[in-house]
Design a protein around this ligand. Structure first.
Ligand code: SF4
Length: 336
């Protein structure tokens, strides 16, 4: 799904997420033998009605381990594809297959094949925000938690192609100190919109606050720079996947936390640590793809068994191998 067509997409609407809706969703899910999974960036009503809420990899693992024959994945398309790759025998539904991802869309399978042809022998490392076709062309997938470990595990004299996120790539390049890593110039439109100057301003206005930063953010580099300059104490800057943000929320002693990622994340953080004042670095950072999974779309998915996610067997087998390598290295955490 190309981000350029997003303006033309109208989400399913007309349903209030009240208690009667929640009961009907749960009844239909039972009838379908379905487990409901919701990403941390979903609207609060969808997060609350789901059986499990979490980050993309954690949800895919739950999908694979579940006894349910159907997975309803409330998230964006590549996430539902990853669940299908890890649980090929199950029916995987996404409430609206048009829910794409501008980061996953920033590289296609054909573009990656052409890039590989320019660098024969290079090892391809892809962030989990990629399509099944790109994962199938990848040697090792990574999450934001283990991206550095994955690249460090590759022999120092071997070239690395890192895609699709340029900010995560820059973070990995800096941490590993490698100069033979090529980074694809992709980005997420939401995370790229959270910038350094905004972060610096918020940090100055909230001295003593922790900074929880997702490494896909345009401000991740700035945050580390601010820490290096002593503007913000280094121990206050925490570069975390969305799943690790919830763990850190329970562990921190800070009374205020500035959060640099998609704003749906605030709902889980506030539930995990209600005594902490969580503030978005940019409160306009909302992913319109994630928000296409509306209460009406979820009801439709459960009633009609749509939209079903398919990944052909050969692509799924190759993609599964790169995802499994990712799980074996370091602490994979949870991705986005
Ligand atoms: S927030 Fe960005 S990376 Fe995440 S699903 Fe939306 S477009 Fe993709």
């Amino acid at each position: 799904m190309s981000s350029t067509t997003l303006q033309e997409l109208t989400p399913y609407t007309g349903v209030e997420p009240d208690e009667a809706w929640a009961q009907e969703v749960r009844r239909l899910a039972r009838e379908r033998d379905a487990v409901l999974l919701a990403h941390n960036y979903q609207v609060p009503a969808i997060q609350d009605v789901a059986d499990h809420t979490g980050d993309s990899l954690a949800l895919s693992r739950i999908a694979a381990a579940s006894d349910a024959s159907t997975i309803v994945f409330c998230g964006v398309h590549f996430m539902a594809e990853t669940a299908k790759i890890l649980a090929p025998e199950k029916t995987v539904l996404i409430p609206d297959a048009r829910a794409g991802c501008s980061l996953a869309d920033s590289i296609t399978g054909a573009q990656l094949r052409a890039w590989k042809a320019e660098h024969p022998g290079a090892v391809v490392v892809s962030y989990v925000n990629t399509t099944a076709e790109v994962k199938a062309e990848t040697d090792i997938c990574c999450t934001s938690s283990n991206a550095v470990d994955v690249v460090a595990s590759i022999p120092a004299d071997q070239e690395v192609l890192f895609c699709p996120d340029q900010f995560l790539g820059a973070h990995v390049k800096r941490e590993t100190g490698r100069d033979n890593i090529h980074v694809w110039a992709g980005e997420c439109h939401v995370h790229a919109g959270i910038n350094g100057p905004e972060l610096a301003e918020r940090a100055a206005a909230n001295p003593g606050a922790d900074l929880f930063i997702h490494p896909e953010c345009g401000c991740a580099t700035s945050a580390l720079y601010l820490a290096g300059e002593g503007t913000v104490p280094a121990e206050k800057v925490k570069i975390l996947s969305t799943g690790d943000m919830v763990h850190e929320a329970r562990a921190t002693s800070a009374s205020t936390v500035l959060v640099a990622t998609e704003i749906g994340m605030l709902h889980q953080l506030r539930k995990a640590a209600p005594e902490i004042d969580f503030r978005a670095v940019n409160d306009r950072a909302s992913c319109r793809y994630m928000k296409m999974i509306t209460p009406a779309a979820l009801l439709r998915a459960l009633r009609e068994g749509a939209d079903e996610v398919h990944v052909d067997a050969e692509t799924a087998a190759k993609a599964r191998a790169s995802v499994q390598r990712m799980i074996e290295i370091g602490k994979p955490g949870g991705g986005e």
